[in-house]
Design a protein around this ligand. Structure first.
Ligand SMILES: Nc1ncnc2c1ncn2[C@@H]1O[C@H](COP(=O)(O)OP(=O)(O)OP(=O)(O)O)[C@@H](O)[C@H]1O
Ligand SMILES: [Mg+2]
Length: 190
């Protein structure tokens, strides 16, 4: 997919995060491929989406994003919920396409979607497919795995937990010794 990169993420690089996280990301990428889930969790503005774009830009060099999908969880949920009560074949085709035929996927902002029982079941299917085939999948969320377990179910939390989990666990304050401030709050004079 020829994804247009928003200007604010155009210079995103894996080394924007601390050395430990960058090392884990590179290990996950495994020379350009990556396998299974990379789950980025933490408060607002700490750089989760930025890291996901950095990975997208990195993988683009290997041609890995040509059939990749970048989707915000809210839109994905809407697309899935539109299939509720429709032809089951359409639902099957979409899950098959996203689960088995999409070699790289980013789901941004998991937890912001309207989570109906139908959407929950579709997410369960989709993430189980991606885990089964070990397709590289980056998921960002403000929710911890415990919250995801409570909201989306144990099965989804377990699959995310089975991959690489990076916790960006600070937020808001912009002091120098805070490795993950809310970068949005650092722009301009405050
Ligand atoms: N290490 C960094 N260096 C420079 N700018 C950064 C860094 N991390 C994040 N930013 C910038 O801060 C802004 C917020 O980052 P980002 O969108 O990645 O946050 P987020 O963790 O995804 O937040 P949310 O949970 O609200 O979606 C973006 O403009 C991003 O480019
Ligand atoms: Mg984000």
């Amino acid at each position: 997919m020829n994804l247009r990169i928003p200007a604010q993420y155009a210079t995103a690089a894996i080394d924007d995060v601390d050395a430990d996280k960058a090392r884990l990301v590179r290990a996950w990428l495994d020379q350009g491929t990556g396998a299974g889930f990379l789950f980025l969790t933490g408060p607002c503005g700490v750089g989760k989406t930025r890291l996901a774009y950095a990975i997208w830009l990195y993988k683009r060099r290997y041609g890995d994003t040509a059939k990749g999908v970048w989707v915000r969880s809210g839109f994905l949920a809407k697309r899935l919920s539109a299939l509720c009560g429709q032809d089951a074949m359409d639902e099957y085709k979409l899950i098959k396409q996203l689960g088995r035929e999409t070699p790289f996927m980013v789901i941004d902002d998991l937890g912001t979607e309207k989570l109906t029982e139908f959407v929950k079941a579709e997410y369960d299917l989709l993430l189980a497919e991606r885990e089964q085939w070990q397709w590289p999948t980056v998921v960002t969320s403000n929710l911890s795995l415990n919250r995801i377990s409570a909201c989306h179910g144990d099965r989804i939390a377990s699959r995310l937990n089975g991959g690489v989990v990076l916790n960006f666990d600070t937020g808001y304050k912009g002091v120098d010794d805070n490795p993950y401030p809310d970068y949005r709050g650092l722009k301009g004079d405050k």
